[in-house]
Write a protein that binds this ligand. Sequence first.
Ligand code: BG6
Length: 283
Amino acid sequence: MGVTETGKTIILNTASGASAEIYLFGATVTSWKSGGKERLFLSGKSALDSSKPIRGGIPIVFPIFGPPPSSPPEYAALSQHGFARTQDWTLDKIVMDRPEGVSIRLAAPPPPDSFPHRFTLAYVVTLTEHQLSTDLHITNTGSEDFIFQALLHNYLAVPDSSKIKINGVDAGTVYKDKVLGMKLDESDGNPLVIDKEIDRVYQKVPSQEITVDDGAGSGFKVRFRGFEDCTIWNPQEATGSKMADMEDKGWERYVCIEPGYVREFKTLPAGEEFIGAQVITAL
Ligand code: BG6
């Protein structure tokens, strides 16, 4: 009862009424309902036919974050945010199916032929009454070091992004400001508000916990493990209106608090596993 396969998606349900929908395309969580409310933003203009990455929910960014680097060549040939979000994943296992919580593990297919590295990628999605956890497992099955970046690109639904307050980035935390051409700066520790386009990569966030007060009596706590960095992104009108798959004024209805390992490439020695996880609590 807790896990339903529809062909294109997997639906999770708990006895408390929480639910989640996961598209096999990109293993993208596209809906999370808790307390009777939808907690993830999904653009009404998003392609859902596997022709493009899904705009909203929680796309998986791997093995690069952002535009491709200039080298090595097999990474330079990748498209923005890598291939994991456009691969057809499969349901590997139902990890837990109990009235109070449901957990599944998805497996990614092998990488494209043009990316000659040996690794496996698994994704565990766990739903309970007030929490959604997603854990990315990367195992180096080759005989040489494997380098990657990875990030869980959640789009958290809020009633009005201009009214939210984001807490948890301690004073002194260094960030790269992508809006200001990758300028490095330091957080002043004050709550962050969305009063302009924000696209910042906070590096090694000490608390590994960011909260969003949505200004309307609820919000989110995003905790991360394995992942140390966190990108905070909201494009606002100037950039958001140029995105073909962004619904009208969509940027007013979400904020992205994206745990990841993205400040540099992570080196994973042969035979080792890296787990990067987020636990999102609906407040
Ligand atoms: C964020 C990046 O994580 O993703 C932004 O920091 C980027 O720079 C955004 O614009 C969306 O990326 P995409 O590829 O889904 O349009």
